[in-house]
Ligand binder design. Sequence first.
Ligand SMILES: *[C@@H]1O[C@H](CO)[C@@H](O)[C@H](O)[C@H]1NC(C)=O
Ligand SMILES: *[C@@H]1O[C@H](CO)[C@@H](O)[C@H](O)[C@H]1NC(C)=O
Ligand SMILES: *[C@@H]1O[C@H](CO)[C@@H](O)[C@H](O)[C@H]1NC(C)=O
Ligand SMILES: *[C@@H]1O[C@H](CO)[C@@H](O)[C@H](O)[C@H]1NC(C)=O
Ligand SMILES: *[C@@H]1O[C@H](CO)[C@@H](O)[C@H](O)[C@H]1NC(C)=O
Ligand SMILES: *[C@@H]1O[C@H](CO)[C@@H](O)[C@H](O)[C@H]1NC(C)=O
Ligand SMILES: *[C@@H]1O[C@H](CO)[C@@H](O)[C@H](O)[C@H]1NC(C)=O
Ligand SMILES: *[C@@H]1O[C@H](CO)[C@@H](O)[C@H](O)[C@H]1NC(C)=O
Ligand SMILES: *[C@@H]1O[C@H](CO)[C@@H](O)[C@H](O)[C@H]1NC(C)=O
Ligand SMILES: *[C@@H]1O[C@H](CO)[C@@H](O)[C@H](O)[C@H]1NC(C)=O
Ligand SMILES: *[C@@H]1O[C@H](CO)[C@@H](O)[C@H](O)[C@H]1NC(C)=O
Ligand SMILES: *[C@@H]1O[C@H](CO)[C@@H](O)[C@H](O)[C@H]1NC(C)=O
Length: 420
Amino acid sequence: MLPASVLLSVLAAVASVATAADSSLASANSTNSCSMSTTITAASAISQLNSCPTLDGQITISGDQVGALDLGNVQTIAGDVSIFNSSSITSINLASIANVTGSLLMSALTTLNNIQLLKLTSANKLSFVSLPSLASLNLGSGLANVTSLTLSDTALASIDKLLQFKTIGVLNVNNNKNITSIDLSDLSNVTEGLTLSFNSDQASVKLPNLQSAANLTIQDVASLDISSLQYVNGSFILGYNTFDSVSFDSLSSAGSSLQVFANNDLTTLNLPNLTQVGGEFRIFNNSLLRTVDIHNLKTVKGAAALAGEFGNLNWSGLGEVDGDFSLSASASNFSCSQFDKLQSSNKIKGHNYNCSSPSSTSLASRSGGSSSTGTRGSGSSTSGSSQGSSSASSSKKNGADYLAPGFLLSAVGAVAAALV
Ligand SMILES: *[C@@H]1O[C@H](CO)[C@@H](O)[C@H](O)[C@H]1NC(C)=O
Ligand SMILES: *[C@@H]1O[C@H](CO)[C@@H](O)[C@H](O)[C@H]1NC(C)=O
Ligand SMILES: *[C@@H]1O[C@H](CO)[C@@H](O)[C@H](O)[C@H]1NC(C)=O
Ligand SMILES: *[C@@H]1O[C@H](CO)[C@@H](O)[C@H](O)[C@H]1NC(C)=O
Ligand SMILES: *[C@@H]1O[C@H](CO)[C@@H](O)[C@H](O)[C@H]1NC(C)=O
Ligand SMILES: *[C@@H]1O[C@H](CO)[C@@H](O)[C@H](O)[C@H]1NC(C)=O
Ligand SMILES: *[C@@H]1O[C@H](CO)[C@@H](O)[C@H](O)[C@H]1NC(C)=O
Ligand SMILES: *[C@@H]1O[C@H](CO)[C@@H](O)[C@H](O)[C@H]1NC(C)=O
Ligand SMILES: *[C@@H]1O[C@H](CO)[C@@H](O)[C@H](O)[C@H]1NC(C)=O
Ligand SMILES: *[C@@H]1O[C@H](CO)[C@@H](O)[C@H](O)[C@H]1NC(C)=O
Ligand SMILES: *[C@@H]1O[C@H](CO)[C@@H](O)[C@H](O)[C@H]1NC(C)=O
Ligand SMILES: *[C@@H]1O[C@H](CO)[C@@H](O)[C@H](O)[C@H]1NC(C)=O
């Protein structure tokens, strides 16, 4: 945080951004670049910003004095530009920007209807959050290279043409209730995280060429094409979706966890090539789920917790579970015998073992039982089933996890307080 006195002098200087080179925080030592760290509210200061081909530093634009925000002459954002908390800004013109090597964030702009980014092809970080009136994001021929893109709580109806690249770091599209189709046919690799959550209840998602994702979260989706997926290297969450059947024919491993929950129309889940889950494995609250093919799943490094009807569960290849094990099946013909055998031969290593079905119930706790050993006890403590409930509840429908504005609002609140 900057000292209040410095901020005061910056704000005083805002009306004359062009001469801000004199300020201790601002410099424009070439005709091409304006570098400053400042918060701008006045229309006059914005028109001076618009004379800078390159914006550098930390620039925040806020307040209710501007309707049409025109930065149509700016060509590059090298620093971090944030436009936020305005109920007056209705349009933003950034039509000459080709490259954002820093970040461009827009949030909490309640009447913003359209953004012109016609020339933008390459960006490090873009974030559009809490823009409930945003109906048009004009990206010309589309983005060719983006490291991180977040679109949350907008009125956009489609993003299909915006994203034309094979690799992205972060892509988070959540709570855009008018988006009914997400076609990411070009995408093959997500190096940090892909989240597609709580857009339209009818959202159909096409990811036919996605091979590898670090983290993957798919929630509230009506249809999903993701047939090429081979690896999820971090966590994989599939929740609140409304498709009735899904197959991940190529998926061979999930790195840190795999959770499938609250998919209330799902009857069939096929993961025929899955051999390993590197952490927690949970399937629960899928009220119609009958058929689960995980016959190749050999190793679960964390806890395994499955609950459901499971008349047709094929887990014939299971060889090892390093954490706790809980399987609750309501099908009358379900048998626990396969899992009981693994437990008694110490292939299921956690403290707590519980397999139950109408025809059999087997409970064991290694801590109390005669087979208890110290090493097993400590091994399972890192993967207890209590983790599951917390990760599941963090996936609540409100999508609040993804909403950065709270953070931004409080940061600016602190600045405002420092000025008083
Ligand atoms: C411009 O200013 C920055 C710091 O404000 C400095 O690092 C850089 O060397 C300067 N460039 C020129 C060409 O003076
Ligand atoms: C974006 O800017 C960076 C740094 O100035 C430059 O290296 C890169 O080539 C530019 N990319 C595009 C697509 O203009
Ligand atoms: C978004 O959907 C709502 C309700 O379906 C509709 O009234 C509104 O016009 C849509 N907005 C846009 C920008 O398509
Ligand atoms: C995308 O941009 C990043 C830096 O922002 C750069 O390292 C990478 O090479 C670019 N990729 C392509 C395909 O242009
Ligand atoms: C995906 O990206 C990671 C990180 O950049 C890279 O190591 C890996 O080779 C890529 N995988 C594929 C299938 O392109
Ligand atoms: C995930 O792991 C696989 C296998 O180790 C690797 O080929 C792939 O590049 C990794 N993907 C990412 C995004 O890191
Ligand atoms: C996956 O997400 C977790 C937290 O959600 C994060 O800590 C981790 O770095 C992500 N993995 C990768 C490879 O980005
Ligand atoms: C299943 O996994 C094996 C080995 O990892 C791989 O060779 C095979 O292509 C995969 N099958 C599918 C349908 O992807
Ligand atoms: C699972 O179902 C229980 C009982 O209906 C409910 O309390 C819990 O919130 C559900 N969890 C999720 C993640 O849907
Ligand atoms: C259990 O019964 C269902 C039909 O009610 C059948 O589809 C399934 O194959 C049976 N499972 C076993 C293990 O016999
Ligand atoms: C499980 O699936 C495999 C592969 O499809 C099949 O060979 C095996 O017979 C099935 N086991 C049971 C018990 O259904
Ligand atoms: C947002 O703008 C309104 C109206 O200008 C102001 O009252 C409020 O304090 C601002 N909130 C923050 C967190 O800056």
